[in-house]
Design a protein around this ligand. Sequence first.
Ligand code: NAD
Length: 456
Amino acid sequence: MQTYNSLITKQKSFFRTDTTKDVAYRLEALQKLRIAIKNNEKKLMDALKADLNKSEFDSYSTEIGIVLEELRFTIKHLRSWVKPKRVKTPITHIGSKSFIFSEPYGVTLIIAPWNYPFQLAIAPLIGAIAAGNCAVIKPSELTPKTSEVLGELISDLFPEEYISVVQGGVETSQALLNEKFDYIFFTGSVPVGKVIMEAAAKNLTPVTLELGGKSPCIVHEDANIKLTAKRIAWGKFTNAGQTCIAPDYLYLHKKIKDQFLIEFKKATIELYGEKPLNNVHFTRIVSDKHFQRLCSFLDNGELFMGGDSNQENLMIEPTVLTNITWDDQIMQDEIFGPILPVLEYDVLSEVLEGIHRHPKPLSLYLFTENNNVQQEVVNSVSFGGGCINDTVYHFVSPYLPFGGVGNSGIGAYHGKGNFDTFSHQKSVLKQTTLFDIPFRYPNMKNGLNKIKLFLK
Ligand code: NAD
């Protein structure tokens, strides 16, 4: 098996020069990255088209534009984020001052998935650079064209001892995991997340795990049906449902079920046309294996809309399945495709009970105008993040840290959260030498009584 020991050793030596800690160096790297992404926009769009049939609109809005915005925000705020924070000092520490320094971990590993192959490799890289780290990126082997453009872009910009892209599949990832990194940032599936954490544990390497799972979408009886239908159709079918935070399944209130489904069909046709399989802008399924897996769900429940597929170009129509129960095959795992199963409910407690019986989801979406229902769901269910009366949109706010909880992940990023994720918070107490308060010392007269005055 190939080893990456010499690459990691080079990065470690480079990190020890403290070059990457210089804020001007970090800002220059971020600026260079921003310009290069803009200059390579067409190349990236062509690669994303070849790998996943992504349209230019989708490539820009969900991959290129998102990282440009993350870069703009980070460049704007970095100088204030890097400043040591002065914090309060308790009376017991009189004479001293307290600071928190955000220091880079060192050499970091970023492992990315295929569904947003550019964005999910570059967004964490922005955090790694901003925080002053070196980085090795392992992009997905399932989107080879995009991974290639990404590799060229990075090697043109940065020396390998600073930032390097390593191409390859599972074996490459495992060979990298045999090395000792200072931080590992992984985006991918739950089972592989466990493999990553196990490998990291051997070196006590801290991790962020951005994982997946089944994200529920609840449509309550008082929801604004037309708008709800449009927002769910968009969140579910963008990227052909291959989005970690896409609504995985619907919990639909029985009272509005029929009306909602009619509006949902209309909204889907408006967004993707009467014949989505002929729509040149509709994203395809990444591989034959995933295509077969998804097609095996099509006989679950009852087909309400869609259901057609084209094996030659790996496309599946936006599909809705009704009369679904938790026992159906489609409800056993994350779907990750353009198929939406519908569960029905009468009272909210059925929904909460159903969600509680399963692992904590990455996202949750709730459509209702009722504040009490909103509060009840947000208080009762643990989930990574989500929206009330929308889908997916929370992901693109730099003020909302993005990440999972429980099975859907560990840690979060985006905006300042991205910088924080790649920084260790180093606490430093700066003590005076002008005097020395005696009560901590064991030889102080009446020491126990005195210390009890302070520590109570
Ligand atoms: P994956 O876990 O199969 O692969 C992710 C990365 O890990 C790839 O680079 C792959 O080469 C590597 N890898 C695969 N098997 C490995 C192993 N045994 N040991 C070491 N490395 C290995 O995930 P995927 O299929 O690329 O992506 C889809 C999954 O990612 C879905 O579950 C989705 O929900 C999740 N996801 C999560 C987020 C998020 O931000 N939380 C974003 C996108 C995707």
